[in-house]
Design a protein around this ligand. Structure first.
Ligand code: ZN
Length: 294
């Protein structure tokens, strides 16, 4: 196994500035973690939009262009989430392997909010653990495409990760089942959990749509406050990478307590509670379930 791995490494074309390891670049932290898990230590995995960063809107720096230029493989989410990464890829003349993590996934339509988001796709597929397994398979296929000699290595690692995610997915279902169906309602900053909601039977409400740039109207916020009161919703959360101001005001006016910080579109730093995709799912569930219960 070890010998095969080393062989795989030497078969990869080395980038111009003699790097010891091949470089793979992911657009944002969640993809970066899945990529790291599948690629292993022998690949130098770089992440552009790092921990706690809103990857809906991101301004790459020259160092990011340099990383992409030297990479053999890049991984993007697609579905309109990381369009800035597409521009970065084409601006650098990158000619390696491009993986679109959401490829082959039946994407949800974004919930239309008045005036915008009509017809757009919801990019947050990673919040359904089974769809994250599809991400893993797309990443595995891309790594093999970039370096066929490493096939067995990537396949072994992808299979191990997929197996862990199957167990995680089962655990999420068991946890959600503890909450009586009428109590399964959660309020968050923006519409990042529709895939989670569809997969696990939880209703999500957010003052903001699937993107994070448009401010919700006073009418939308007022409507949500009425709903929180009428349905006695207790699971109200801010998100790690979104501005908490609207949610704080909303919770204040609805007279409910914010029950913590969900990790929606980005992981935490290495010392935080959601340093990996798997830790993120466990952390979010650990907050969601008691909050929904009251
Ligand atoms: Zn988002």
């Amino acid at each position: 196994m070890r010998r095969r791995t080393l062989l795989a490494l030497t078969a990869l074309p080395l980038p111009v500035a003699a790097q010891p390891r091949p470089i793979a670049v992911a657009s944002f932290s969640i993809l970066g973690d899945l990529l790291r898990e599948v690629a292993g230590e022998q690949v130098d995995v770089r992440v552009i939009a790092g921990p706690d960063v809103d990857a809906h809107h991101f301004q790459p720096r020259p160092s990011h262009a340099e990383a992409v230029r030297n990479a053999q493989i890049v991984v993007r989410n697609g579905a309109g989430f990381d369009g800035w990464f597409n521009r970065l890829i084409s601006s650098t003349g990158f000619r390696g392997v491009t993986v679109t993590a959401t490829e082959g996934i039946a994407l949800r339509r974004a919930t239309p909010t008045p005036g915008h988001n009509h017809g757009s796709e919801d990019p947050h597929a990673w919040q359904d653990v089974r769809l994250a397994i599809a991400f893993v398979r797309n990443i595995e296929a891309g790594l093999i495409r970039a370096n066929s000699a490493g096939q067995a290595h990537y396949r072994t690692r992808a299979n191990a990760l997929a197996a862990r995610l199957e167990v995680l997915d089962d655990w999420v279902r068991v946890e959600i089942a503890r909450v009586p169906e009428p109590r399964r309602v959660i309020v968050t900053s923006h519409d990042a959990f529709a895939y989670f909601g569809a997969a696990y039977g939880v209703r999500f409400r957010a003052p903001q749509g699937v993107a994070t740039n448009a401010e919700p109207s006073a009418q939308q916020v007022a409507g949500l406050i009425r709903q929180i009161r009428a349905e006695n919703i207790t699971a109200v959360f801010i998100e790690n990478m979104a501005n908490p101001a609207t949610l704080r005001r909303l919770a204040d006016e609805a007279g409910v307590r914010i029950r913590g910080r969900l990790y929606a579109d980005a992981l935490s730093g290495p010392d935080g509670p959601a340093a990996t995709y798997e830790a993120m799912v466990r952390h979010n569930l650990g907050l969601m379930v008691p909050a929904m219960l009251g």
